[in-house]
Design a binder for this molecule. Sequence first.
Ligand SMILES: Cc1ncc(COP(=O)(O)O)c(C=O)c1O
Length: 377
Amino acid sequence: MTNLRIPGPTPLPKEVLRAISRQVINHRGHEYEEMQARVTKNLQYFFQTKNDIFLLTSSGMGGLEAAISNFFSPGDTLVFFTCGEFGNRWAEIAKRFGGNMIHIKAQVGEVVKVEKVEEVIHKYKKIAGVFFTHNETATGVLNKLDQLIPLVKQHQSKPLILVDSISALGAVDLPMDKLGIDVLVTASQKAWMAPPGIAMIAVSQKAWGYQRRAKMPHYYFDLAMYKEFAEKHQTPATCAVSTIFGLDASLQIMKKDGRENIFKRHILLMRQLREGIRNIETYTDKPVHRLELFVDDRDASPAVTSIKIPEGIDGKEWLTILREKYHIELAGGMGETKGKIIRVAHMGYVAKNDIDQVLSAINSSLSVLKTRKKIKV
Ligand SMILES: Cc1ncc(COP(=O)(O)O)c(C=O)c1O
C-alpha cells in the first residue's frame, strides 16, 4: 500500500475508515444533531475557543471564500501578508470580491517578518481586515502568529484578524481566543485525519459585528444562516454526512491523545525528518554532497517539510521513482517553488515509522537516479 505523504488528503486511521463506511443518516434527525454538537465541541477544544464553529460542505477554499464574503464590503481595505501560493490564492479571492487590496509578499521559503507587519500597519490609517496564512503548505513555513497578531491589534481601526490554518490546526498550537483571532479556517483532509469535504470556520463576536454590515455577496456560505441552523445543530443545506462521521471518529481519537501530546508529536516528527534529510547523500558534483532543506530550522513547519531538488535531478522523475518503486507518494513544489522542491507531509495520522520509510525511500531513490545516469557524478 502507498504511504501517502502529500499535504492532504492525508491517510485515515482504521476507526475513521470504519466510521465513513457506515450507512448515511438523516441530516435533519436527532442522531445527526447529536453528532454535530459533539464535533463542534471537540473542535472548540482544538481551536482553543469559545466562538461559534461551522461545518461548511466544501474544501478549504470554500472556508477561505466564506471568510472574505461574509465580513467585508467592496472597497474595504484588506491587507494580505503572504509567503507562498496558498496565501496568494486567498488574496485572489478577496480581489475578485472587490477588496481594496494591499498585498505584501514575503520572500518565498521565508516567513512574514515582524518589521514588515509593523511598517504596513503604520502606513495605512483605515484597514478592515488583516489576513495571515498560518502554515504555508506550498513552501513548508510556519508563521509566528503570536508575534505578528499583537502588532495588528494595536491598529487604530481595529481590523478583523483572519487566519488560514487549513494545514496546521489540529497539529500545531494556535489558541484562537488567547491570540485574538477573529476568523479561523481549517479543512477536514489535513491534520484532522478525516476525508476531504468539510471546511471548518470559527467566528468571533467582533466578526459578527462586521458580518451584519458586510455587502459582498454570499448565499451558500452565508454564515448568518449557518448560525441560525447551528442552534439546532444542523447546517442550512445537505451536509457531507459521511465526512462528518469520519471527523467525529478522528476527533474522538485526537481528544483522547490530548492536544499537547499531538503538538509535541508533530514537532518530533518534523525534527526526525529534517535531521534524516540532512544526512542523506546526493550524487551531484557540488562540494556539498548532502540533501538540503528549503526552509531554515527557525521557520520550519511541524506539518510539511520541503526538500530542495539537487541540481541535475528531474523532480518529476524523482517523485515517480518514489511512488512506483518505493510506494511513497510525495508532492512537488507549487507556484514559485515548482520544479525546485519536493514536499513531505507529516500531519495527522503519521508515526515515526512513516518518517523512517520516507527517509529510506529518498535515500534509495537517489541511487536509482544515479544508476540511470540522469545526474552528473
Ligand atoms: C494553507 C492552505 N490554504 C488553502 C488550501 C486549499 O484548501 P483546499 O484544497 O482544501 O481547498 C490548502 C490546501 O492544501 C492549504 O494548505
